[in-house]
Design a protein around this ligand. Structure first.
Ligand code: DCP
Ligand code: CA
Ligand code: CA
Length: 383
């Protein structure tokens, strides 16, 4: 442990119940259109992706709530939307993505100021970790959301809906409960009751095929899934998915709110001179990769918290092994040492020769955020 990293896959321990907010902008493309042309308000507005083949071919990107009353929603064909809105004052507009991105950018900038940790997802959603600034208090988080709503409404003119919960998974589902311009908070003690009656396809990763499979096992609601034998789930869906479904259904989700860049990884992979199990040959190759990765992290000013190796075997199957460090670092010595350790362990477990090797670092953080985190971490709390 001299160089400060721990055993395989150390999980981040949660010291305190988190308070996570998911903000989702209401009927976003259509609301953005109303913003630049207020005369549209009150009329059904449909924003469509025109494929250009014929005047009406293409699909609805989104519509405002007036249009939704007629069954016009994302994904349906434009000709069908036209038919359903016949005889109304409906307005059809083409997608203007650049303009929506501008509006989104302004809003994200405002929201960011209200968060300890911020993660934008797509054009119209963001997760905010507000644990620190609310002191873990959900009432304070509700007040914060109201402040955010006022700020975004007055500075940009757009409404959003939000979910407040102890994790990202539940916050996202909660944000969908009251729309538009709503807020739904799910306290830690309410998570189980909140999730139980919902259909399984509310969970990320449960699409049509999976929900049909679950139905055949007698699983319809998230509550059914939560009670289902986890061992059986793993048999049916495999280890990763099975475990995920079990945890998700029980409202367990430890995914951190992280800046988009932090989720990135840097990797290098190359072919060995010959197929081998010789650690010296492997280390020679990965040593070059570590140098290259080192240049890139210096350039970008990032640290890494996760180290992985990639081994492509002679039968072309690719294996990866990951180790999480105790804290982010930019020390290439630590990287070299960790890579060697993981490879040594890997070689002791596998008999096959290796054709290609790679090194990957992940959980990247910017140097300055890192410093900020360290300062606040070491601040004595009882002064
Ligand atoms: N979008 C799209 N095609 C889809 C779904 C969405 O082009 N099939 C675009 C248009 C939406 C934006 O993405 O405005 C955000 O998607 P949402 O699912 O959040 O839907 P909306 O914001 O339109 O509506 P809601 O008020 O239900 O969030
Ligand atoms: Ca969305
Ligand atoms: Ca939305």
């Amino acid at each position: 442990m001299a160089h400060g990293f721990s055993a395989l896959n150390t999980e981040v321990t949660t010291l305190q119940t988190r308070v996570i907010i998911l903000v989702d902008l209401d009927y976003f493309f259509a609301q953005a259109e109303e913003l630049r042309n207020p005369a549209l308000k009150g009329k059904p507005v449909v924003v469509g992706m025109y494929s250009g083949r014929t005047a009406d071919s293409g699909a609805v990107s989104t519509s405002n709530y007036e249009a939704r009353k007629y069954g016009v929603k994302s994904g349906i064909p434009l000709f069908l939307a036209k038919k359903r809105l016949e005889g109304t004052e409906a307005v059809f507009l083409p997608v203007d993505y650049n303009y929506y991105e501008q509006i989104s950018g302004k809003i994200m900038q405002i929201l960011r100021e209200y968060a300890d940790g911020f993660e934008q997802v797509g054009i119209d959603e963001a997760y905010l970790d507000v644990t620190k600034r609310t002191g873990g208090d959900f009432e304070a988080a509700k007040t914060l959301v109201q402040e955010m709503k006022r700020a975004v409404k007055s500075q940009v003119g757009v409404t959003f809906s939000a979910g407040i919960a102890p994790n990202k998974l539940v916050a996202k589902i909660a944000s969908d409960v009251q729309k538009p311009d709503g807020v739904t908070a799910v306290l830690p003690s309410e998570v189980e009751r909140f999730l139980a009656p919902l259909p399984v396809d509310k969970l990320l990763g449960v699409g049509r095929k999976t929900s049909a499979k679950m139905a055949s096992l007698g699983i319809k609601t998230i509550g059914d899934l939560a009670r289902y034998d986890p061992q059986r789930l793993i048999e049916v869906f495999g280890k990763t998915l099975g475990a995920y479904f079990h945890n998700a259904a029980n409202g367990i989700d430890n995914e951190p709110v992280q800046e988009a860049g932090e989720a990135e990884s840097i990797s290098r992979i190359s072919t060995l001179k010959e197929d081998t199990r010789d650690i010296v040959a492997i280390i020679e190759k990965t040593g070059q990769q570590v140098e290259e990765i080192g240049k890139e992290i210096a350039q970008r000013g990032v640290r890494f918290k996760q180290v992985g190796i990639i081994a492509v075997m002679t039968d072309l199957t690719a294996k990866t092994r990951i180790q999480t460090l105790e804290q982010p670092t930019n020390d290439l010595e630590v990287l070299r040492k960790t890579v060697r350790e993981i490879f040594e362990k890997y070689l002791s477990e596998s008999q096959l020769e290796i054709r290609r090797v790679g090194v990957k670092i992940a959980q990247l953080t910017k140097e300055e955020t890192q410093q900020k985190q360290l300062t606040s971490f070491f601040q004595p709390s009882n002064v």
